[in-house]
Design a protein around this ligand. Sequence first.
Ligand code: KIV
Length: 292
Amino acid sequence: MSDGSKSSTDNVPKTLDDLNAMRRAGKPIAMLTCYDFPTARLLAQAGVHILLVGDSAAMTVLGQDSTATATLDYMCLITQAVRRGALGSFVLADMPAGSYEVSEQAIATAGRLRAAGADAVKLEVDRSQMHIVEALAGAGFVLCAHLGLLPQRVKTEGGYRAYGRTRSEAMEIIETAVAMRRAGAAMLLLEAVPDAVSEAVISQVDCVVLGCGAGKSCHGHVLVWHDVLGFTAKPAKFVETFADVPAVMLQAAQRYVAAVMQRQYPAAKHEYSMKEPLGESWSQLIANKPKR
Ligand code: KIV
């Protein structure tokens, strides 16, 4: 496949230090989910600062009804594809549900994602999992602790809703954020929380705080790429759709079907020519061809 694109990855952060420099300089960080090679190339070209290989791929790409079904093999496969498409980008990969139950397993999981090309790994945590974060950080992994709405648990705890809207829930998120930072998380991601909670977290920690529906105070923001493109029928309140890509894809598929049915495709320009004359026996072969 030819590479017609010009990458602008020289301008994007490549390390945690680069991201922290953006935070200190007050430059907002733009992160998008990314699950495949061609999209990774485009997002790198567009100057997206972090590519998140999210387990949301289980829903957006595979059509499953929860992120909890993503497997580690699948996450490694798509992390490799994203890395191949965005050699110079900062790639953050999700640790899938069930892959970080105990410290040894978490370290092995993070190791596989790192070998697949991830610069950092993200895990959905509560305070009972501080020892996992400590173990991962101690083993040298760059970690992002995901707090607030935890999509891997929506079927078992609370469903899709905003978190931290009461004082006690807000305090729980803020205290967990501080505890995770102390345990060694290098970044935090807050999902579906009020801006007031994000602002309070940011005042308590000295690291990049990314928001997914967590208000303007966050250092960076992430959206699911398929939401951005308009593939989601009923997106969450915080989603902004930036294009109607399904309409373009539908039109392309309809035009293709019509071209085939009207015998406009394939045309002569799409055909390979023979390199030598076919001869008399060939004409007989054609003549004997069974009729459809
Ligand atoms: O997997 C994912 O897309 C995520 C975002 C919701 C932050 O974790």
